[in-house]
Structure formats: structure tokens, C-alpha cells
Write a protein that binds this ligand. Structure first.
Ligand code: UDP
Length: 410
């Protein structure tokens, strides 16, 4: 059901049946029946902002409804820790690592601090991404199954950073990657689990057109004119400056507006500086809307995506890129970079268009603006592709399967 205001309805598994079919839900229940009452602990580095928090906010309640007892812990750290882990993140995506040698010791000291204050009593412990990876030191002979859930593309990591992290990763019982191409040679079993979106969350549920229009007008965006949008944290790897440059090319041929919307994440210290860079390139173009949104903006992001003519995701590197599935789910034509997990979602000329540069992005946007019927078809096919592969229930199924596999291995 679509409504115009924030929903207070608690989402239950059965609510997914009209979208996915009742058999899908019964299968999940059947799988989970073998894990009734089992305990699971999720550990990550932020409760809000970015894709991991987005997913955990929905996966945890669904696993609980399925009868598991799930605890979600967020590690803490000082600014020095977040600067180091952001540098790790960029380096693991293949960039240089410019931090001083003692950064590794600082990283370990914060992991140790968190280890000392946390408890690890669950049967299945899922540690997300590199920030908390060294918590594995808390593992002892009688502790549960430890899985490292990596959301980053590790296909070409900076060797210095990977050499430091690899011994910790290798101590886990298994590693979970978002794409077969992201994995590394490791002495532990590896699992594949695509990230996913929740079609019923505030971020993705249907909205009334009047509500969408109201949100656009609140941000001074003209609903009658073409809108190009990228939703992303202000992060250099999301290339917001490149998006502005692509828009500037398109603007020579088409009247259009650009929306760049994104807030920060508590574990990402670079946002403010990147936003300043974008302001400089945008100049005083009144058709560029740079929206620095607070973390509780799910329904506004939903409306901005729904109100867009074309959605762009011009990342230079990407883990999976949940914003791509979010846009496709809303049947939007998508122009996105062929990096990380994006080509899994955007199949060129079938569910969207891929690009490799500022000029390529501008070219594909112009192509779609000139071919509205094709744009519409790509959006519709994109929606079906997401329904089939990237909805939250598929991810829950993969979590359950990995846990059963570990349990049966003993
Ligand atoms: N997001 C948000 N607010 C923002 C920017 C992004 O809620 O200001 C959401 C976005 O809708 C998506 C997630 O954060 O659900 C970003 O996930 P993605 O995998 O695209 O990128 P990440 O930030 O994890 O690199």
C-alpha cells in the first residue's frame, strides 16, 4: 500500500508475500526452523549511514522474526581510528596507503579496546568489513563460528594493507563476499552473498506521486523539468565531482537539473571536505542541488529517487552499490560506472547503461534522454532483475544457508 507519510507499520515477513510469492516466505521459514533459538551477533562500525548499516537495519529484525536471537554491536573509535580505517577502505579498493607506520598499531589498539568491552557469546558471529576484523583475537576454542563479511571489492587491494589484514581474516571460519570477483585466495571457505534492499522499507516502499512532488518542491527542485540524480555519501570514490562535470556536458544539449544528495556516515571523516570540492565545481549554477541530508532521510531519498528522470552512480570504485538496486527497484533508467558490484546489477543495455568516464556518463545520459521508450524499458527490466536477485529475503536465505553449513561442519 502506498502512503504519503512515514509509516508506523511494523514490517512482518508475511508482508513480503504479495511481492515475492508465499512459497518464498515458506521456504525461508523452513530453512530457519533448523536454527530456532540459535544466537547470532553482528558487529560493524556504524549504525547509520552507508550500505552495511542500511542492510543490518533490516536483516536483523527479519532473522529475529524467523526465530533466531540476534544481537547487533557497533564498535567505537576516535577520529584517528576512523581516519585509518577510511584509508584502509580506499587502499583495499586499490588506492595508495599514505598513513604512517604506527597507524597499524593504532588500529589494533582500538580493536583491542573494543574487544575488552564486548562479549562474544553467540553461536554465529558475523564481523563486517575491515574496521573490526582484529576482534577475531577474542575467539577461543569454545567460541562460536566466526564469519568475516566483506563488503569491499578486494580484487586489487593495496598490498601493504592486505598483508597486514590477511592474517586476521585467515583466522575466521569463513569469509563472505558480495561477488565472486571480489574474493581473495584464502585458507578458509568463502561464501557469496549479494547485498540487498528491502522493498518495504521507508527507503524503497511505494509513495504517492503528490508526496514525491512535495519533497522535490521542498528542496526547490522543479518536478516538471528533467532531473538527474546521484544519491551517495560525499566520498571521492563516488566521484560527485565527475557527476557534476557529466551534468555540465549534458546541460549543453538538454535543459536539466542535477541532484547530488548524501549525508555522512559516522565512520567516514572525509565528507565535509569532499562536499566543499563539489561546491567549487558546481559554482553558482542554480540547477545543481547539493543536499547534505541528515541520517533519518530515508523517505526523502526514496522520493528523490522516484522523482528523478535518470539516476546516475558514477563511482570510481564500489563495493556493491546499494543505491543502484534502489534506483532500479523504482524502475528508473540508470547510468552507472562499470566498477565493483555495479555490472552485476546494471547489465548493459538490458537493465541500464554502463559508462567508464565523465564523457561516457554524459553520452549515455544524453542517449537515454533522446530515447525515452528505451529508458522506460531498461527501468522496468531493472526492477525485475532486482526482484529476482537483490531483495532482502534472498540475502537472509544466504545468511541462513551459511550458518547451517557451518553448524553441520561442527
Ligand atoms: N544513503 C543514505 N543517506 C545518504 C547517502 C546514502 O541513506 O545521505 C544510503 C543509500 O540510499 C544506500 C546506502 O546509504 O542505501 C549506501 O550504500 P551503497 O552500497 O550505495 O554505498 P556505501 O555508502 O556503502 O559505500
Amino acid at each position: 500500500m502506498s502512503t504519503a507519510s512515514p509509516s508506523t507499520h511494523v514490517i512482518r515477513l508475511d508482508d513480503y508475500a504479495p511481492l515475492l510469492g508465499a512459497p518464498e516466505i515458506s521456504q525461508l521459514r523452513a530453512l530457519a526452523s533448523r536454527l530456532q533459538g540459535r544466537t547470532m551477533q553482528m558487529v560493524n562500525s556504524t549504525a547509520m549511514g552507508g550500505g552495511v548499516a542500511e542492510i543490518l537495519n533490516r536483516v536483523v529484525p527479519i532473522l529475529e522474526e524467523l526465530g533466531l536471537s540476534v544481537k547487533w554491536d557497533v564498535i567505537t573509535g576516535g577520529n584517528d581510528f576512523w581516519e585509518i580505517t577510511k584509508a584502509f577502505h580506499n587502499a583495499l579498493h586499490g588506492g595508495p596507503y599514505d598513513m604512517p607506520p604506527e597507524s597499524f598499531e593504532i588500529f589494533l589498539a582500538y580493536n583491542e579496546q573494543n574487544r575488552a568491552r564486548m562479549q562474544f557469546e553467540a553461536e554465529f558471529i558475523l564481523v563486517h568489513d575491515p574496521q573490526p576484523v582484529a576482534l577475531i583475537k577474542a575467539r577461543h576454542d569454545h567460541s562460536g563460528h566466526w564469519l568475516w563479511r566483506c563488503h569491499i571489492d578486494l580484487s586489487q587491494p593495496n598490498p601493504e594493507v592486505w598483508k597486514f589484514l590477511e592474517p586476521y581474516v585467515s583466522r575466521y571460519d569463513g569469509a563472505v563476499f558480495s561477488s565472486p570477483a571480489f574474493a581473495r585466495q584464502l585458507p578458509i571457505p568463502q561464501y557469496l552473498s549479494y547485498p540487498s534492499i528491502d522493498p518495504l522499507s521507508e527507503k524503497n516502499r511505494d509513495l504517492e506521486p503528490e508526496f514525491v512532488r512535495g519533497v522535490l518542491e521542498r528542496f526547490n527542485i522543479d518536478p516538471q523539468r528533467t532531473i538527474l540524480t546521484q544519491i551517495s555519501r560525499f566520498d571521492r570514490l563516488k566521484d560527485p565531482v565527475g557527476v557534476v562535470r557529466a551534468y555540465q556536458i549534458v546541460k549543453r544539449y538538454f535543459d536539466c537539473q542535477l541532484v547530488l544528495a548524501g549525508g555522512g556516515a559516522t565512520d567516514d571523516p572525509e565528507g565535509e571536505a569532499v562536499l566543499q570540492e563539489v561546491h567549487q565545481v558546481a559554482g553558482n549554477d542554480q540547477d545543481i542541488h547539493l543536499l547534505n541530508l541528515p541520517p533519518w532521510s530515508a523517505i526523502e531519498i526514496n522520493a528523490l529517487q522516484r522523482g528523478s528522470t535518470i539516476i546516475i552512480q558514477k563511482s570510481l570504485r564500489e563495493g556493491f552499490g546499494l543505491t543502484v538496486s534502489e534506483g532500479l527497484w523504482k524502475k528508473k533508467p540508470m547510468v552507472a560506472s562499470a566498477v565493483g558490484g555495479i555490472p552485476t546489477q546494471v547489465i548493459h543495455r538490458h537493465t541500464g547503461l554502463l559508462a567508464h568516464s565523465v564523457e561516457g556518463t554524459a553520452y549515455q545520459v544524453r542517449f537515454l534522454l533522446s530515447n525515452p521508450a528505451l529508458a522506460q524499458r531498461l527501468g522496468e527490466q531493472g526492477h525485475e532483475h532486482v526482484r529476482e536477485h537483490f531483495l532482502i529475503t534472498s540475502q537472509v536465505r544466504r545468511h541462513l544457508t551459511a550458518c547451517l553449513h557451518l553448524k553441520n561442519k561442527g
